[in-house]
Write a protein that binds this ligand. Structure first.
Ligand code: BTN
Length: 178
């Protein structure tokens, strides 16, 4: 791996960490807050592609797992991964691979197609995995967990738009630009 690629990965991890400094917004009805950190995860996938994006998100999650307070609200440690938001964190690990491998397909030429890939990989998949684990970890009925996650859709859709707009402006060698 070239020094430039290592730098891109490190910078992306730093961006995700910085987005975690913005305080999470708690919701009274589920133990999952609104956060801005998933915007960074989306940008990692759409800008850096599946490999470099996954490494940057993986590095961020590893730091969180071993105890660095890099998650929104300064959280860290295995207890967070086992808790009510653990499913979203696992979803974040899959996001760059899902987004990066689909947006780069030859027929993905329009902005809306790339936005759709980003939305499916970073909003739909993450919220479904998050809901499944939320139900398992809290004992909440699965349907209630899924329905309650609808609250995240408008904000997460906006984040997907922002991530695709950022990708339009940032040129990364080896990655097809939107
Ligand atoms: C954590 O910091 O423990 C993870 C928080 C996960 C929050 C999820 S990500 C998808 C959805 N959109 C949000 O804004 N919040 C939830």
């Amino acid at each position: 791996m070239k020094i430039r690629e290592v730098t891109e990965i490190a910078l992306m991890t730093a961006v995700i960490i910085v987005l975690g400094l913005i305080p999470p917004i708690p919701l009274g009805f589920i133990p999952v807050p609104i956060v801005l950190q998933n915007l960074g995860v989306m940008i990692a996938g759409v800008v850096l592609g599946p490999k470099r994006g996954s490494i940057s998100v993986g590095l961020f999650l590893l730091l969180a797992l071993i105890g660095f307070p890099v998650l929104s609200g300064g959280q860290a440690g295995p207890v967070v991964f086992a808790g009510s938001t653990g499913g979203y964190l696992i979803g974040w690990l899959l996001t760059p691979a899902l987004i990066g491998s689909t947006v780069s397909l030859k027929f993905m030429t329009h902005f809306w197609q790339k936005l759709l890939c980003t939305w499916i990989g970073a909003v739909l998949v993450v919220d479904v995995i998050g809901s499944l684990w939320l139900a398992v970890s809290t004992g909440m009925p699965l349907l209630s967990a899924l329905v309650s996650n609808i609250v995240f859709i408008p904000g997460d859709t906006l984040k997907a738009v922002v991530a695709c707009l950022v990708a339009q402006r940032v040129r990364v060698p080896g990655i097809k630009q939107i």
